[in-house]
Design a protein around this ligand. Structure first.
Ligand code: ATP
Length: 326
């Protein structure tokens, strides 16, 4: 493979705050190294439609603090097929793009991995998803901002819950992973945390309430990950209502506000590190790998490994949920 001269960058899958900081770092690192940069708009769909635009150092000015993604993102069915990926390859070749940085989640990396089995344009991934559910990295872009958004919202809910002696079931994002629920629950002092990875934990809620009643708790917050087997906060609240005597029960679904907003300082800094590392990896001749952070150090993880393995919950945090509510 010859020396890389022009790289493409795209955001794919769900958007996450901090993606712009990553695009900026990719663009500026590439320019610093004498490369040309092309923004691929609307995720893999933009590869298939040849929706490309040149990026310069000034193209990414005034973006580090902005949520969303200036390149837009998309889900793209065509990229799941070999035919679709061949069209993408032909368009990349025609545009002279000889390396690609994909900022996205594990679905995006599955597509990138397949592409690199079939075609010889190297792809390197940057983990970008609020769910923090990618194996091989302690951190994904957008997770920290989403957590802070949830904690701010739960603090507000706590004020009104205490004033009126209410019990709130607060639903947070996490279709298959409880990382947001677990971290935000610990950070907001939630009385219970319901996550997809742990089965049957809702059984203990009435016991927990009894304990709380004994010491005259004036409010209870139960954080529920949307993908839990209980079917979300509304279903769980309905099911438990008969056991929750003495409390007025309310449900709050935080929804898409968890995806938006200006990225936190940590998301901006980590996105800058990872975006920089992705371009360095391409220049080193790497392909089919994700750049990640383990113990605050940059690591390279093969796409195949990142998408195959399941990232477990932080067991220490799981262990202390009940202790902190004694
Ligand atoms: P998030 O975690 O935020 O949902 P994601 O990257 O996992 O992000 P997906 O919608 O799963 O989001 O994937 C994004 C895109 O990657 C898909 O629309 C599709 O184009 C491509 N993709 C996903 N899975 C595959 C696959 N198995 N084979 C080929 N391409 C895939």
């Amino acid at each position: 493979m010859g020396k890389i001269k022009k790289i493409g960058v795209l955001t794919s899958g769900g958007d996450a705050p901090g993606m712009n900081a990553a695009i900026r770092a990719v663009t500026r690192t590439a320019i610093y190294n004498g490369l040309e940069v092309v923004g691929i708009r609307h995720g893999y769909q933009g590869m298939i439609n040849a929706n490309f635009k040149p990026l310069y150092a000034h193209s990414v000015s005034d973006t580090i603090q902005r949520g969303g993604t200036i390149l837009k993102t998309a889900r793209c069915e065509a990229f799941r097929t070999p035919q679709g990926r061949k069209i993408a390859y032909d368009n990349l070749r025609a545009a002279g793009i000889d390396g690609v940085v994909v900022i996205g989640g594990d679905g995006s990396f599955k597509g990138a991995s397949l592409f690199n089995e079939e075609h010889n344009i190297p792809f390197v991934g940057v983990p970008g998803t609020i769910d923090n559910d990618i194996y091989g990295t302690d951190y994904t872009i957008g997770y920290d901002t989403a957590l802070n958004t949830v904690v701010e919202a739960v603090d507000k809910i706590r004020d009104t819950a205490s004033a009126l002696n209410r019990m709130f079931f607060v639903e947070v994002m996490g279709a298959e992973a409880g990382h947001i629920a677990l971290f935000s629950g610990i950070a907001s002092g939630a009385e219970a945390i319901i996550m997809p990875e742990i089965k049957g934990e809702a059984r203990d809620i009435s016991k927990m309430i009894e304990t709380g009643n004994k010491r005259k708790k004036s409010s209870n917050i139960i954080i529920v990950a949307e993908g839990d087997e209980e079917g979300g906060a509304i279903a769980l609240a309905e099911r438990l209502k008969p056991q929750l005597k003495g409390y007025e029960v309310r449900v709050a679904i935080l929804g898409h506000l968890q995806r938006g907003g200006s990225p936190s300082a940590l998301d901006r800094v980590n996105a800058s590190r990872l975006g920089n590392a992705a371009v360095e990896a391409l220049l080193d001749g790497q392909q089919s790998v994700m750049v990640g952070l383990q113990n605050n150090e940059i690591v390279l993880v093969p796409f195949k490994k990142a998408v195959k393995q399941h990232k477990g919950l932080n067991q220490h945090l799981v262990d202390i949920i009940d202790i902190l509510n004694v």
